[in-house]
Design a protein around this ligand. Structure first.
Ligand code: ADP
Ligand code: MG
Length: 269
């Protein structure tokens, strides 16, 4: 099982869209995919028709105290979608209450890691859609992940958000054995606007090794898909948006196999 988080401490940058796009593309390759909504806004769940006002069978229940998550609750939160191999755990507004109460509880930063470890054989990929605020939810997402995808809207004020996210990452890395690999993904790119072009260039210049070489373009088909509750792949596999996400996925999978083979060399060496 590979666990990837999609995070940025800023809303409206394409986190949920990226989660759904990568999720449906991986499922289309025959991978068993679980998308996990850890955003109290519950946009990922809403996308597939699950109301965030409803706490029942949502990721909220995965934050049980150590040893207290029952098997039927663990599995009962998982919903199927119309796409084969693509499952999800919806979010809920109740998640917001955890930000206040759970931080002080022992082991709460690892609730999601613990839950996912019990599903290890059931999924090839888990994609976590993270909340835009730094708290117990984001910490859980990052602690459970082996890779972080940071969508960055290509506009003037985006850079500040990246710096904040990288500070958080530094903090999280202090308690990890290995630093969490990450990729900055320029999103909502419109080559006709100066703001898009110059912020894309700025990102490539400031973070050359960790910024994806291309960008996800503005594509109304991605927005149409979300308003119709279908994956962008089901709506229009030829759209510019889903094509760009396909190329992003290629980059991510390549990075993953490079990581695996490096580990292999080290293990053999
Ligand atoms: P976040 O999860 O970071 O808040 P979303 O993925 O929900 O961001 O995107 C915010 C809004 O922008 C949504 O309405 C979504 O449909 C739209 N959107 C996201 N990416 C694109 C894109 N590449 N082209 C057009 N619209 C997009
Ligand atoms: Mg979102």
């Amino acid at each position: 099982m590979h666990v990837w988080s999609v995070a940025n401490q800023k809303g409206g940058v394409g986190k949920t869209t990226t989660t759904v796009a990568l999720g449906c593309l991986l499922a289309d390759k025959g991978k068993r995919v679980l998308m996990l909504d850890l955003d109290p806004q519950g946009s990922l769940g809403s996308y597939f028709g699950h109301s965030p006002e409803q706490a029942a069978q949502s990721s909220f229940h995965w934050f049980a105290a150590p040893g207290k998550l029952a098997e039927d609750v663990l599995n009962g939160c998982i919903r199927h979608t119309d796409t084969r191999n693509l499952h999800l755990v919806p979010g809920s507004t109740a998640l917001a209450t955890l930000e206040r109460s759970a931080v002080t509880q022992e082991g709460m930063g690892l609730a999601i890691s613990r839950a996912l470890s019990r599903l290890w054989d059931d999924y090839d990929y888990v994609l976590i859609d993270s909340p835009p605020t730094l708290g117990v939810l984001l910490i859980n997402a990052l602690a459970a992940s082996e890779r972080l995808i940071i969508p960055v809207q290509t506009e003037f004020l985006a850079i500040k958000g990246v710096e904040r996210m990288l500070n958080t990452l530094n903090m999280v890395n202090r308690s990890r054995r290995q630093p969490l690999p990450y990729l900055l993904v320029p999103t909502l790119f419109d080559r006709r606007t100066q703001a898009s072009v110059s912020s894309f260039r700025h990102m490539r210049k400031t973070w050359p090794d960790v910024t994806w070489h291309a960008a996800i373009p503005v594509d109304t088909r991605l927005r149409d898909a979300s308003s119709q509750g279908v994956t962008p792949l089901a709506l229009d596999p030829d759209s510019r948006g889903i094509q760009a996400y396909g190329s992003l996925l290629k980059t991510l999978l390549k990075a993953e196999s490079a990581l695996t083979s490096t580990a292999g060399v080290a293990a053999n060496g």
